[in-house]
Design a protein around this ligand. Sequence first.
Ligand code: 5GP
Length: 182
Amino acid sequence: MSKGKLIVISGASGVGKGTVLGLMMQKRSDLLFSVSATTRPPRPNEEDGVHYYFITREKFEDMIGRGEFLEYDAHAKNYYGTPRAQAEEKQEKGHVLLDIEPKGAAQVRKAAPDAVLIFIMPPSMEELERRLRGRGDTPEDQIAIRMERAVWEMEQRSWYDHVVVNDDAQRCADEILKIISD
Ligand code: 5GP
């Protein structure tokens, strides 16, 4: 089998990327989620090795030094990065979905020019803030920071290959599935 594609999915925190990715993977068993490494602490529903590899700053910086990341970035006071070996292994088995923010997406585009970059927009800023609050896992003092970052992130959509609106998670998932099968 030839190597699978790298499919980058970006969008502001709270836009529903996790739900959309989950719905896509339910329909296509050849789509594999790239598990990132991060230094942020796990949320109550998150499992090490499934949602993220939760590692220390020291380990993360060692991995940077050894060139073990396909891409990485520091935001919201933490490091986030895609372990290269893990993504390459998954590319042997199918297409790899990377839930990463724009600075990481730009690094992926450079390293793998045939990667497909997709940006998910919320129906409106009001709806984004409502979803972020409704999720209940973002402290109030983080909401304003995340909303400010969302504005910057959404400006970056101009250089993505595709922009989709998450007005309904299933419809949005189906639209992305169509994009990647074209
Ligand atoms: P959260 O802390 O809410 O899980 O994620 C915050 C942001 O980090 C999201 O926009 C997510 O897409 C991004 N992110 C998650 N993993 C990675 C990664 O490996 N690399 C980069 N550059 N961003 C990531």
